[in-house]
Design a protein around this ligand. Structure first.
Ligand code: NDP
Ligand code: 2IT
Length: 447
């Protein structure tokens, strides 16, 4: 970080948020990459745009008290950050995971502002969640928690104000319970959440969208940057949740062999190619552990420790689990093993050092806010359908998603190229996303 203005903004943020590791990490990465843009636009400093951009418009923290199956009262913490609404209503997922805290919610919210801008749809950025751990909870406990969570959250959201969706630990089941409670409280049927079930206003392709979109982005990047494709490639996909499963499905459809997947305990390696229906049966069907895969597939092996997955030689790596799951050491191994593309389905899965290593070594790098924007983009399409009281066909939504991902790649790539390094998609994505937000903030007057 060299530009005095950018440095000052970061140091101030560091001082005010000293304990927020993930938030500072995301803010550092974004601010540093904006330096060439900031140098060309003195009006940003004059209007304190960076100071305003890093400060959320609103941050809500609330108590969620609920009763478990034993009749005991449980207390969790709920959050919603309404980060930036300059280009549209706040939009972004809810994460239920014991690690959730203010730092994680703010890092995700800040990323979401730029991601949503990249989609080209009019959506601002937000994020929320709870430290509630869905693992081992009964369906009834999940419902009780979701109802208690929404009983507080409902007053902060609205179809034209803030539209939450899923993220880690929040899928169709949770969105259903959350939406049911919102409807009950407000007596309104509106598109206030996305990722809803198909019978009550959900969009076709939303379930598949992040994983499919990640592969559409990667396929276009491979074509343009390496004159290559997924065909006959060996692929690693970390995680085995919503994003990972549909990334795996599309990679296979595009002609690749996915040889490994993981969960938070460990990874499975199946050199004959992962049988995705079995993963879906274990994970989507009965919320089991990935280890169960080897009971049915004798060619596969299971290894404790999720991070070991990056040691497997591959052509393409798709990290789809969580933040900081891939560090510099992992990046070195991947490059040594000849990786040609690393595209991020998860949010901030690569540390900044790892991302820079990929860029230096001319790996096709798809930064999260560009490569995984297909989920929120399709959420934007769900909002359109809800407003119009229409539902589009699978083919129609899929075609729109593909078009958006190809356009996000080109916007990112051309921005990087215009700054002198076409492999620096990290800078490309941040600047391309920020440009629209900064212009909107300037036009809207001081707020
Ligand atoms: P899911 O809850 O469906 O799946 C999460 C997966 O990641 C699980 O396999 C989980 O394993 C694993 N995981 C979670 N935490 C850790 C950890 N600390 N270490 C190792 N593995 C972990 O979530 P999603 O698939 O929806 O989300 C995955 C990533 O994609 C997140 O970073 C999310 O922010 C991002 N994302 C999601 C979008 C969406 O539309 N859902 C859109 C864009 C990005 P286990 O079962 O053991 O917990
Ligand atoms: O990180 C993300 O983009 C998401 N979890 C999806 C957000 C959304 O509103 O669909």
């Amino acid at each position: 970080m060299q530009t005095p203005y950018v440095k000052r903004v970061y140091e101030d943020l560091q001082r005010k948020n000293a304990n927020e590791k993930e938030f500072l990490q995301a803010a550092y990465e974004i601010l540093e990459s904006l330096e060439p843009y900031v140098k060309k636009h003195p009006e940003l400093e004059k209007n304190k745009i960076l100071e305003r951009f890093v400060e959320p418009e609103r941050f809500v923290q609330f108590r969620v008290a609920w009763i478990d199956d034993k009749g005991e009262v449980q207390v969790n913490r709920g959050y919603r950050v309404q980060y930036n609404s300059s280009i549209g209503p706040y939009k972004g997922g809810l994460r239920f995971h014991p690690s959730v805290n203010a730092s994680i919610i703010k890092f995700l919210g800040l990323e979401q502002v730029l991601k949503n801008s990249l989609t080209s749809l009019p959506m601002g950025g937000g994020k929320g969640g709870s430290d509630f751990d869905p693992k081992g909870k009964s369906d009834h406990e999940i419902m009780s928690f979701c109802q208690a969570f929404m009983t507080e959250l409902y007053r902060h959201i609205g179809e034209d104000t803030d539209v939450p969706a899923g993220d880690i630990g929040v899928g169709a089941r949770e969105v259903g319970y959350l939406y049911g409670q919102y409807k009950r409280i407000q007596n309104k049927t509106v598109g206030v959440l996305t990722g809803k079930g198909i019978p009550f206003g959900g969009s076709l392709v939303r379930k598949e969208a992040t994983g499919f979109g990640l592969c559409y982005f990667t396929e276009e990047a491979l074509k343009v940057m390496k004159e290559d494709s997924f065909k006959k490639k060996t692929v690693l996909v970390s995680g085995s949740g919503n994003v990972a499963i549909y990334a795996c499905k599309k990679a296979i459809e595009l002609g690749a062999t996915v040889v490994a997947m993981s969960d938070s305990n460990g990874y499975i390696y199946d050199k004959t190619g992962i049988k995705l229906e079995l993963i879906q049966e274990i994970k989507e069907g009965r919320r089991g552990r990935i280890q169960e895969y080897i009971e049915k597939v004798p060619t596969a092996s299971y290894h404790e420790g999720a991070k070991g997955i990056w040691q497997i030689p591959c052509d393409i790596a798709l990290p789809c689990a969580t933040q900081n799951e891939l560090d510099l050491e992992d990046a070195k191994v991947l490059v040594q093993n000849g990786v040609i593309a690393v595209c991020e389905g998860a949010n901030m899965p690569s540390t900044l050092e790892a991302a820079k290593y990929f860029i230096e070594h001319k790996v096709v790098y798809g930064p999260a806010k560009a490569a995984n924007a297909g989920g929120v983009a399709t959420s934007g399409l769900e909002m359109c359908q809800n407003s119009a009281r229409l539902s589009w066909s699978f083919e129609e939504v899929d075609a729109k998603l593909k078009k958006i991902m190809v356009q996000i790649f080109h916007n990112t790539y051309h921005t990087a190229k215009s700054l002198g390094n076409s492999f620096d998609t990290l800078t490309g994505a941040n600047i391309a996303g920020f440009d629209k937000v900064a212009k909107a903030m300037l036009a809207l007057g001081v707020y």
